[in-house]
Design a protein around this ligand. Structure first.
Ligand code: ZN
Length: 195
């Protein structure tokens, strides 16, 4: 269901939508779906992702189901403003990897009348709130939390399990390093992993 179908659709103002959840929950798929619908309505879109996230493809955002859209790689969130002048709809993927400047950038874009759609992980592999996402959730008009399916027990999953003992917060990710797990099956302390 579309988030906005529940609401009176705004006109002549901007707003922020956040799509958050764990890995493999379909965040990027949902972002791409919304952006494609905007394109079909002949709205100008601009799509961004942090330079850190080079999995699959440098100049596209790609979901785990291989849908993709052209995107611009940016190191500094302020570059998003520079590249968004003509856009009515701005999509930002993997927003958890940006520094906190992404918050002001999203506010600025929305205040300038743009629809801003932000996708990102709301929790890191320890189950802790991830980077700027919690703040973005607080200032967004619309929030969608996507759930995956726990690979251990089959319940709805909102956590990302890291399957290696490496402790860097950021390991950009492949399917063999992470999996989706529920609250009960999630093991935040990777030191206690068996392998
Ligand atoms: Zn489970």
């Amino acid at each position: 269901m579309d988030t906005l179908s529940l609401h009176h659709v705004p006109s002549d103002i901007g707003w922020i939508e956040v799509i958050c959840g764990c890995m493999f929950s379909g965040k990027t798929e949902e972002l791409i779906r919304r952006l494609r619908r905007a394109e079909i309505a002949r709205q100008k879109i601009a799509v961004f992702k942090p330079i850190l996230d080079t999995r699959y493809s440098a100049n596209h955002i790609v979901s785990h189901t291989d849908q993709f859209l052209n995107s611009i790689l940016v190191a500094d969130p302020h570059e998003i403003v520079e590249h968004s002048h003509d856009a009515q709809v701005v999509g930002i993927d993997e927003a958890q990897f940006f520094n906190d400047d992404i918050i002001n950038v999203c506010e600025l874009l929305a205040n300038n009348g743009k629809r801003v759609i932000v996708a990102g992980l709301d929790q890191d592999y320890r189950g802790k709130p991830f980077g700027p996402i919690p703040y973005l959730l607080a200032i967004a008009e619309y929030i969608t939390k996507t759930l995956a399916i726990c690979v251990v027990c089959g319940n709805p999953a909102d956590r990302t399990q890291r399957k290696t003992k490496a402790k860097d917060i950021v390991i950009v990710g492949a399917k063999d390093i992470y999996e989706a797990r529920c609250r009960k099956c999630h093991q935040p302390n990777v030191d206690e992993l068996e392998s």
